[in-house]
Design a binder for this molecule. Structure first.
Ligand code: SAM
Length: 230
């Protein structure tokens, strides 16, 4: 991208790879090299990606622990004409990651927000699940404790395909709870380590998947896709 085509005082939301380093667009690389500042969820994690692509733009940490505090200062820097890119550790910022607060306050301050299309874990998991994907709901992470059961119960009559993010430690518990709530015969799919060396997708009923992962300890990052109520 030509430097002149980058807008002044703009917040750019830039997706980064979810595993495979090559999964980043040419536009994202040019933009990250061109902006005044890159906000990173973790500057060390993103530092590896930026180094790989020879990007030496200044970085600053913007994560769940400082985003509330940081948003006003960033919004005024954007209002002053800074061009700032936000990236997260992996995938698209604001999708189960920090970003929403800054986007909302930037819009309220009349700052242009431009989001690049790019990697996110739920799209490949949904598409390769083989479950209907013309309509779906993205549920992200289920609450760990409080509100978990009521969230699951609220989905019991959902007819669209449902997509969940899950950690390896909770996958078996979640498969069991969804089996109890939706019935053992409900079709589902579990994708792990998308775009990485040990990428794998298992498809079957909730009860089959529960049995499988009880025998094969879940390792890595997971997306769980569950068919809607027939
Ligand atoms: N912003 C990211 C996105 O756009 O997908 C999501 C970040 S969220 C903190 C991390 C969760 O995303 C993981 O726990 C997992 O559920 C999912 N995830 C991220 N990368 C993944 C991958 N390579 N394979 C499977 N799931 C992944």
């Amino acid at each position: 991208m030509e430097k002149s085509s980058v807008h002044k005082g703009t917040l750019f939301i830039v997706p980064t790879p979810i595993g495979h380093l090559a999964d980043i667009t040419h536009r994202a690389i040019s933009l990250l090299a061109d902006v005044d500042l890159i906000l990173c969820e973790d500057t060390r994690t993103s530092g590896k990606l930026l180094k790989h692509y020879g990007i030496d733009t200044p970085t600053r940490a913007h994560h769940m622990h400082n985003e509330h505090k940081d948003v006003d200062r960033l919004t005024s820097q954007l209002s002053d004409g800074m061009r700032i890119a936000l990236i997260s550790d992996a995938g698209t910022p604001a999708i189960s990651d920090p970003g929403f607060l800054l986007v909302r306050s930037s819009i309220a301050a009349g700052i242009e927000v431009i989001t690049l299309p790019g990697p996110t874990a739920f799209v490949p998991a949904l598409v390769q699940s083989g479950l209907p994907c013309e309509r779906f709901v993205f549920e992200g992470f289920l609450p760990h404790k409080k509100g978990r059961k009521s969230r699951i119960d609220s989905l019991s009559s959902e007819s669209r395909t449902m997509v969940f993010y899950e950690s390896p430690h909770r996958l078996i518990k979640t498969l069991k709870q969804l089996t109890d709530a939706f019935g053992p015969e409900r079709q589902a799919s579990v994708s792990r380590e998308l775009t990485k060396v040990f990428e794998e997708t298992k498809r079957g009923t909730l009860s089959e998947l529960h049995t499988y992962f009880e025998k094969h300890t879940p390792k890595g990052e997971f997306v769980l896709v569950v068919a809607g109520k027939p």
